[in-house]
Design a protein around this ligand. Structure first.
Ligand SMILES: *Cc1c(COP(=O)(O)O)cnc(C)c1O
Length: 877
């Protein structure tokens, strides 16, 4: 029978145990081992049965056990200690407070961080993959560092799907129903106790309303908007039903709620809690980009003109792009967007045309009828970045069309390489080994804040201890794999009696390789199957076998991905290899936390350069697992032969995809067979694989400190948040923003008449001598502009065979005269011929203003046309 109404009956904790409630609600337990052990001690069996979820645990412990604990002095002392520890963690001064004190208020007072998904713990399933887990790690690291961050997202009632398999290996999806009352969340309420309501106007007079749930992520509040409220009509209630589900309009509404509703939620939260208002708004990928429009709209309500408001808002906005594939970017029909904004819908004070222009693809090949969220993100954010060095470069090339006339290196998109939150991802056994070596306090600091001097002591850990640890972790994984595989086969319809073979699946002494990730085609789940016979030989090798654990979810609408999974599952079902290769359904954080530490080698074989960063290999490395990967994303940046192996890529070669897969798969098999397996099984005098252990040690000590989310968040503070806060303080005031906006409008209007008229150098001819200095004289037309509005530069450097200046370094020229009778100004400057070989120079005019972020900001540049002198260059021999 179906219930007509459901309640959540909360456990009544006996008085002495009430601190448990706070410990369960603050998600710090998800990365704080001591707190987790305290919960486990309440009832180890229930703890396991509740999937290590304190809320579920407290709901299921028998009252008699609670009464018993309420009189257990030893338990109460542990409880008091954990509770004091949390209070100290949440209120004490940390890295950010020390920095702020030292740097006299240069750091932002608060930062808002928007993301469509957050992966904090398996107990709050609001993520699908890397983007969400990164966002979760960002919040946790911000909390550890004491950064005053507010997270903003949506609360999906169905979260992301659970994956299981049909008998023949086809992915099945089920969507759990989440009841926020059973999650570690609390409702944001007004002073009178009524739930706060955020509201968005929809076309046709409808309203989309949402409640705001708060999660405590250590010190960081995470606000999650939930449209499943009684005040909404049926359609509006479903807006936050699931992550990345539904069609275009559904997604647009989700993104409007996230961006626009998110800013409104922050304002409400700050009003009610007294939290400082954010000075910096950071959008994790383009999905939350509407947050900038809402802030422009707020300023419009105060009478600020659109252009000035845009400058003020841009100043404090940081945009992080995560995808190097144009198909990965959110684009909406222009008409659909137009319908949702304007006088009869949302943001009525902004001209709809202005909104549409922000998302327009104004570059060659752009689609005039589409509204591009990444393009809007770049226009609304003064600071933008990619997520690894290589991805920064790929992004600059990908978006270069928005800055016509500039070389890719000058496109204002920087990069901060992702990191992972070590306290979440390091296995307790690894932590304990570190603690034995350098103490628990220092280990904790080393993992959260970073700083390589804290790691050095790890180098002194004995070989035998490292190897025992590796074996223990591998053994735990084997047990976990068998348990999951058994459950999966039962689910696929097998009877227990058929499943005896599962007791022999995997071997705790065999080289273990892990491969787990979402299944978009560029990640090439099935590359390892390219030559099945060869793989089979590797798996069943007499002396040096390997074993492989695979996992991954395909997007529910991606049948291609599901076919890849099926292909793989069918291979793993083969009785000849099923003890050596397994596919585990329902990849998620809980599985990941067991999987990474238990593997010896983490495999990643994306199509370079489509993996923006990748983070699973970092999590593996922190547990002493070596990486085997294509040189893409983070591995391209930090690969060293001490940390693992690089799979050679055939990108750039004139090959089709098929040939490329074949070459790269062959390289993968060769590495496994000739380099990796021999090293793992080779034993030194003490009977240990010395060389392997040395690689593990170097991975921990030298790679470990780089891959930390603490390092990443500190990079964000220095490279993006502080500059954005500075710009916000200058341009947030209406006067400066208005000045900059008016100046930009004037420069844009006048630019067509700005031109380089003539260039001459004091020594002419095709060759010159090393060490000589040429004197450059340039005549320019500035039209209505004055010399104060521009910078005239020379750019010189080595030229390639196409006369392209490769390592350009711009130098400003000096105004020396004019205007002459024809209105031309004269600029001069030296040009040092300081290197031999093909050398070239050119000149250009850029807009210049003290409030600009960079010379490329307006995307305007004037360069010599043909025949303006000998601007083509000189050649040095
Ligand atoms: C880390 C992680 C990811 C992302 O891994 P990539 O290497 O970026 O593919 C995806 N899912 C889970 C559960 C993770 O823990």
């Amino acid at each position: 029978m179906k219930a007509i109404r459901r309640f959540t009956v909360r456990p009544a904790l006996p008085d002495p145990l009430t601190p448990l409630s706070e410990l369960a609600r603050n998600l710090r337990w998800s990365w704080h081992t001591g707190t987790r052990e305290l919960f486990e001690a309440i009832d180890p069996e229930q703890w396991a049965a509740s999937d290590c979820d304190p809320m579920r645990l407290l709901g299921s412990v028998p009252p008699a056990r609670l009464t018993q604990l309420a009189g257990d002095g030893a338990f109460l002392r542990r409880l008091a200690e954990a509770s004091d520890g949390l209070r100290e963690y949440v209120t004490g001064a940390r890295w950010y407070q020390d920095q702020s004190a030292e740097r006299g208020g240069e750091l932002p007072g608060a930062v808002a961080y928007f993301s469509p998904e957050f992966g904090i713990t398996a107990a709050l399933p609001q993520y699908s993959g890397g983007l969400g887990i990164l966002a979760g790690d960002h919040l946790k690291a911000a909390s550890d560092l004491g950064l005053p961050l507010i997270g903003v997202g949506l609360l999906y009632r169905h979260g992301y799907f659970h994956q299981s398999l049909s008998r023949d290996g086809w992915q099945q999806e089920t969507y759990p129903v989440l009841d926020p009352n059973e999650l570690p969340l609390s409702l944001l309420r007004e002073a009178d106790g009524t739930p706060s309501l955020v509201s968005i106007a929809l076309p046709g007079g409808r309203q989309l309303r949402a409640h705001v749930w708060q999660a405590g992520v250590g010190r960081v509040p995470l606000l999650m908007l939930d449209s499943d409220v009684e005040e909404n009509d049926a359609g509006a209630r479903e807006v936050t039903d699931r992550l990345y589900g539904g069609g275009s309009e559904h997604r647009l509404l989700q993104e409007m709620l996230l961006g626009i509703g998110g800013v409104r939620a922050i304002r409400t939260y700050c009003r009610l809690s007294g939290h400082a208002e954010p000075e910096v708004f950071h959008t994790n990928e383009g999905h939350a980009g509407f947050l900038g429009l809402e802030r422009i709209h707020e300023l419009a309500a105060q009478g600020v003109e659109f252009d000035a408001a845009l400058e003020a808002v841009r100043a404090g906005t940081v945009f992080t792009t995560h995808t190097p594939v144009p198909a990965g970017i959110d684009r909406f029909d222009r008409e659909l967007v137009a319908r949702h904004f304007g006088p009869h819908a949302e943001l009525p004070r902004i001209d709809v045309e202005r909104i549409l222009r922000l998302g327009m693809e104004t570059y060659p090949g752009g689609e005039p009828n589409l509204f591009n969220m990444a393009v809007m993100g770049l226009r609304l954010g003064r600071c933008a970045n990619g997520v690894s060095t290589l991805h920064g470069k790929v992004s600059r090339e990908m978006f270069a069309g928005l800055w016509p006339g500039f070389d890719a290196e000058e496109i204002p998109i920087s990069s901060v390489t992702n990191g992972v939150h070590a306290p979440t991802w390091v296995a307790p056994e690894v932590f304990r080994l570190g603690a034995r070596q350098i103490g628990a306090q220092r280990t904790e600091e080393a993992l959260s804040v970073g700083g390589s001097e804290r790691w050095d002591a790890v180098a002194e850990i004995q070989d035998v201890d490292i190897w025992e640890l590796r074996r223990e972790l591998r053994g735990q994984l084997v047990t976990e794999v068998r348990r999951r595989l058994y459950a999966s086969w039962r689910q696929r319809g097998a009877a227990s009696a058929e499943l005896g073979w599962i007791d022999d699946v995997l071997d705790p002494d065999v080289l273990t390789i892990g491969f787990a990730r979402r299944v978009p085609s560029y990640k090439r789940l099935t590359l390892m199957l390219r030559d099945r016979d060869r793989l089979m030989e590797l798996l069943t090798h007499e002396e040096r076998p390997i074993q492989i654990v695979v996992a991954g979810k395909a997007h529910p609408a991606d049948d291609g991905g599901k076919r890849l999974i099926q292909e793989l599952v069918r291979f793993t079902d083969d009785p000849r290899v099923r003890h050596r290769i397994v596919f585990l359904p329902d990849y998620g954080m809980a599985m990941a936390q067991k999987l990474y530490p238990g593997c010896d080698v983490w495999l990643n074989n994306p199509l370079r350069p489509l993996e923006a960063c990748g983070t699973s290999g970092m999590k593996a490395a922190l547990n002493g697992c070596l990486n085997l990967s294509v040189l893409d994303g983070w591995w391209d940046e930090w690969f060293e032969p001490d940390f693992g192996w690089a799979i050679p890529t055939a990108d750039g070669a004139a090959t089709d995809d098929d040939r490329r897969d074949e070459l790269e798969a062959a390289a993968l098999y060769d590495l496994l067979e000739r380099r990796i397996a021999p090293r793992f099984y080779e034993q030194g005098p003490a009977g240990l694989p010395d060389r392997w252990i040395e690689m593990v040690r170097r991975t921990l000590t030298r790679l470990g400190p780089k891959v930390l989310a603490g390092r990443m968040v500190r990079d964000y503070v220095e490279q993006l948040y502080v500059p954005a806060a500075r710009a916000q303080r200058t341009l947030g005031g209406v006067d400066a923003a208005g000045e900059l906006a008016a100046w930009k409008a004037r420069v844009r209007a006048a630019w067509p008449r700005v031109a380089v008229d003539h260039v001459e150098a004091s020594a002419t001819g095709a060759t010159a001598e090393l060490g000589a200095t040429l004197s450059l004289r340039v005549r320019v037309h500035l039209g209505e502009l004055t010399p104060d509005d521009v910078e005239v530069q020379t750019i010189a450097g080595r030229v390639d065979p196409e006369d392209f200046i490769a390592d350009a370094s711009p130098m400003p020229l000096k105004l020396v005269g004019g205007p002459d009778a024809e209105g031309r100004r004269l600029y001069e400057g030296p040009l040092a011929l300081d290197r031999t070989g093909p050398f070239g120079y050119t000149v250009r005019i850029l807009p210049a203003h003290r409030l600009l972020a960079s010379g490329a900001e307006l995307g305007l540049v004037a360069v010599p046309s043909q025949g303006t002198g000998e601007a083509a260059g000189v050649l040095l021999r």
